[in-house]
Design a protein around this ligand. Structure first.
Ligand code: GUN
Length: 306
């Protein structure tokens, strides 16, 4: 009988993110002591979405913990587009603010594209402004979206050089899927993007040395879709009923990714868990982008953090 494959290495994003946050904090402290510049991040949230409230609170706390200025602007659900654009104009003009993040999604009466377009591209630490999207696409230095950037750091840490590997991104969102594909291309991967209209997704998945799942569907990617030894990056964060029927009946929930973890871990070479994989990298990369934006504004060569 053939040996069962060795279980996958679990990629510890929590530990890696902690290390990155420490390097950012040290670099920010040097920027302050040597050049008198304290990086500043403004986070704007409109409305009461509970998940967004938690993300925004974590961003504020971790920014302050890294020794940076942290301003959080909490606006009512009824805030008009003109009021939001007015705030962004003031933040663009504030020399103590180097990064601006407007938490998505915005309420339906606000045009998100117009809001993103109003952010100074030099302060666009989300990397969502079309100028940064375009700069990434043509290989110019850009502020790049935090979650895909975090995934690339974990892949480099796990695999080293990614050149020539077959990479599949499942999902084509502007926040994750598309920038993830661009960043993998910049790493010299052979890149495929699959999405809800792709035909025979299991067969496409089986070709991938690197599989990045960013679809927002709980445990959609199955273990028998995985090439043995592949590296699997699960970007999904999905809240589902607790596995314990008693707890589920009482409304208990748990968080799972887009990948069926246990069956995939039995086949893959390495895999990010949910929670504790890519998630913690997002804020660490946001802090790194804020530090980078502050260095560029001050005309200072940034420390290498990656
Ligand atoms: N909502 C979910 N993820 C993100 C993110 O990375 N940035 C912003 N601005 N909003 C989000």
């Amino acid at each position: 009988m053939a040996d069962a494959p060795a279980p996958a290495c679990r990629i510890d994003g929590k530990a890696f993110a902690e290390g990155l946050r420490g390097r950012v904090a040290a670099a920010a402290a040097r920027l302050r002591s040597d050049h008198g510049v304290q990086p500043g991040l403004a986070v704007v949230i409109v409305g009461e979405d509970p998940a967004s409230q938690i993300y925004v609170r974590n961003k504020g706390e971790q920014t302050a913990a890294a020794g940076m200025r942290s301003d959080t602007h909490r606006l009512a659900e009824t805030t008009s587009q003109a009021e939001l654009l007015d705030l962004i104009g003031r933040l663009n003009a504030d020399p103590g603010i180097h990064g601006i993040l407007v938490q998505m999604p915005l309420p339906g009466h606000i045009d998100s594209a117009a809001v993103l377009d109003a952010i100074d591209p030099a302060k666009d630490v989300d990397g969502f402004h079309v100028l940064n999207v375009g700069r990434l696409a043509v290989g110019l230095p850009a502020l790049t979206p935090c979650t895909p950037q975090g995934a690339i750091l974990l892949l480099r840490h796990t695999l080293g050089d990614l050149s020539g590997l077959e990479a599949l991104v499942v999902g084509r969102s502007n926040i994750v899927g598309k920038p993830m594909a661009q960043l993998l291309l910049a790493e010299n991967c052979t890149v495929t993007i699959a999405h809800s209209r792709s035909r025979d997704l299991p067969t496409i998945c089986r070709r991938a040395d690197i599989l990045v799942a960013a679809v927002g569907k709980p445990e959609m990617i199955r273990g028998d879709w995985i090439k043995p030894g592949a590296t699997v990056i699960d970007v999904g964060i999905n809240r589902v009923p607790s596995a314990d029927p008693v707890k589920a009946a009482a409304g208990g929930t748990r968080v799972v990714g887009d990948v069926a973890f246990a069956e995939t871990a039995a086949v893959a070479g390495a895999i990010t868990p949910v929670p504790g994989g890519v998630g913690p990298m997002t804020i660490a990369c946001l802090l790194a982008n804020t530090y980078l934006a502050a260095c560029r504004a001050a005309g200072v060569e940034p420390d290498v953090l990656g």
